[in-house]
Ligand binder design. Structure first.
Ligand code: NDP
Length: 312
């Protein structure tokens, strides 16, 4: 396996990774950034970003990430495609295996690997993967023009995806397991007012059916209550929007995580329990999970990386 030595290695290319790269590059740490599984991160699968400061008219997730990437490159960040598949953080320099073909030894590591979509855990989700089941409306919504789809979840993501899909599909069911949303009020109001969205509160999905891909979903209304009732809906597409899991797997044996796998930091800092290993963005954030908070954490990680290297 080829080996390369870096001073500052950043893993992940969402707002956290690119912001860390901007700061590290401007501090002349010569950062190398590997983009990971989803170049540009989760924002590349979203539509309009309305709440990132500085864009009064909003900006698409793709454009925002492209701007961040260009800004990091402008200061000399070395941005590469590749996935970190293994880590050895037992001693410095820390060792990260990229794609199983390259070993990077680094003095400082910034982990900005983000989070990935959760699934319900139904066998049918695997059975119909790529045949009507998706966790990304903006990636796959195009295939459902004038068709009927369902979105599962009651948070901001589910509302946003339902609205996006309603612009393409003839009808969107929004399947919410409780009798209320978790989403922000503004998003709730938008889905409630949308003529093409039907909200199914207190419904759980127990299976999918169809001969050639998804043709419907088996739901249970009022699950576990006396008036529990089975309901089938005819749909062509089934979209998951029930939250995310942190992408911390390869670091877990070295870094402290919470019970959900989010990497723990020393409060108020991007520092982990290992000196020189910093973390930023959704992989360490079970609470806010915003592009702006990820970017801010990336900034802190970039600054701390410089302080650490200059103190060595
Ligand atoms: P959330 O964790 O906020 O919401 C997840 C939703 O999925 C909840 O309604 C939850 O239900 C439901 N859910 C979880 N597990 C299951 C299950 N097994 N079966 C059925 N339903 C389930 O995740 P989001 O991805 O929506 O949002 C994450 C963060 O990103 C939030 O902070 C959100 O505000 C933010 N965000 C902001 C946006 C914006 O500002 N434009 C856009 C998108 C996201 P329950 O409530 O019952 O637990």
């Amino acid at each position: 396996m080829r080996t390369e030595k870096t001073r500052c290695l950043i893993i992940g290319s969402g707002p956290a990774g690119f912001t860390a790269a901007i700061y590290a590059a401007r501090a002349e740490l010569n950062p190398v950034l590997y983009e990971g599984i989803q170049p540009g991160g989760q924002l590349t699968t979203t539509t309009e970003v309305e709440n990132f400061p500085g864009y009064p008219e909003g900006i698409t997730g793709l454009d925002l990430m492209e701007d961040l990437r260009k800004q990091a490159q402008r200061f000399g960040a070395d941005i590469r495609s590749g996935i970190a598949v293994a880590a050895d953080l037992s001693q410095s320099p820390y060792k990260i295996t990229i794609d199983g073909t390259k070993l990077i030894e680094t003095d400082v590591l910034i982990i900005a690997t983000g989070a990935s979509a959760k699934y319900l855990g139904l066998p049918d989700e695997q059975k119909y993967a790529g045949q009507g089941v998706s966790a990304c409306a903006t990636c796959d919504g195009f295939f459902y023009r004038k068709k009927v789809v369902a979105v599962v979840g009651g948070g901001d993501t589910a509302c946003e995806e339902a609205i996006y899909l309603a612009g393409l599909a003839s009808k969107v069911y929004l399947i919410v397991r409780k009798d209320h949303f978790r989403a922000s009020l503004i998003m709730q109001e938008r889905v409630l007012a949308h003529p093409k969205i039907e909200i199914l509160f207190k419904h759980n999905t127990i299976g999918l059916f169809g001969e050639n891909g998804v043709e419907g979903a088996h739901l249970v209304k009022n699950m576990g209550e006396l008036n529990e009732e089975k309901v089938d809906i005819a749909i062509d597409g089934f979209f998951l929007a029930i939250g995310h899991n942190p992408n911390s797997e390869i670091f877990k044996s070295y870094l402290e995580t919470d019970e959900q796998g989010y990497i723990k930091t020393i409060p108020g800092t991007p520092k982990t329990n290992i000196p020189g290993v910093f973390v930023a963005g959704d992989v360490a954030d079970p609470t806010y999970k915003q592009a702006i908070t990820a970017a801010a954490a990336g900034c802190m990680a970039g600054i701390e990386a410089g302080r650490f290297l200059n103190a060595v």
